[in-house]
Design a protein around this ligand. Structure first.
Ligand code: SF4
Length: 260
């Protein structure tokens, strides 16, 4: 909040500092109220007086007491008393809606996470192509569902181009992509690895699934230019080979035997 006073629309309100303080002291104890800092007015007939807040838990906050006066009236009335954060106040982070806060791994067994009808990542499987779901009424949705079921397509909706691009970008930027530390130090890339299972469809040009049970990425989507040290064609250099241990030899020599 800007604590510089704006132009006074009403000098009576601007001078009513003690009335505002008295209203404030009805709400909070005097040890939480500091000096009068300023006033501001956003509309005619109303004005807000600002007082410092001395509560140790609210550093940088201030009290705002809004008072008003009807045209021609002498009496000042109190509208509200609130505690507001100043520029240096510690405040809670901005609210992020529940569905935007979810991260992979947040769901627990039994949790349900329905998508909305207008989720841009999905489009009707049949008939409506990439059209926005906004243009589709409930009847059309019901028809699509019924036709899809009649034709045995199974799925009512599939990934939209936007949904596919989002997934591709996420996978590329994630731990199965080319910039993962394990890929940067890998001797070879997934495209040439015998453990890579290829995908079908448009994503197959960039991604596959790792099927090496000894690799960190087993069962995960990887980019062709990802890689790891468990690549199927990795060979150890001679100096990295394990030492060849010769067969055991039974040593029959002993001082007792030497006497014979
Ligand atoms: S074993 Fe390594 S190189 Fe081979 S597919 Fe899996 S992640 Fe890629």
């Amino acid at each position: 909040m800007n604590l510089i006073a704006s132009a006074a629309p009403d000098s009576v309100l601007a001078e009513a500092v003690e009335e505002a303080r008295a209203a404030l002291l009805q709400e909070v104890s005097a040890d939480q109220v500091g000096a009068h800092r300023s006033w501001f007015s956003d509309e005619a007939g109303a004005l807000t007086h600002v007082f410092a807040c001395t509560h140790p838990g609210y550093v940088g906050w201030h009290w705002a007491v809004t008072i008003a006066r009807a045209p021609g009236a002498e009496r000042v009335t109190v509208d509200e008393v609130v505690l507001l954060p100043g520029d240096g106040a510690i405040v809670a982070p901005a609210w992020v809606p529940y569905k935007d806060r979810l991260q992979p791994g947040d769901m627990s067994p039994g949790d349900l996470l329905p998508v909305t009808d207008d989720d841009p990542r999905l489009v009707p499987t049949y008939l409506l192509g990439d059209e926005s779901s906004d243009d589709v009424g409930d009847d059309a949705r019901a028809q699509v569902k019924s036709v899809a079921a009649d034709l045995g397509l199974g799925r009512v909706r599939t990934l939209s181009i936007e949904g596919r691009d989002l997934a591709a970008q996420r996978w590329h930027d994630g731990s199965g992509g080319p910039d993962a530390p394990i890929a940067k130090s890998a001797p070879d890339q997934c495209w040439s690895c015998g453990f890579l299972v290829r995908l079908a469809g448009p994503l197959s040009s960039m991604f596959g699934v790792c099927a090496n049970g000894n690799a960190n990425d087993d069962g995960r989507v990887v980019t062709y230019d990802h890689g790891c040290g468990a690549h199927s064609e990795v060979k150890l250099a001679r100096t990295q080979q394990p030492l060849v241990i010769p067969d055991h030899v039974f040593d029959s020599y002993s001082p007792e035997l030497e006497r014979f």
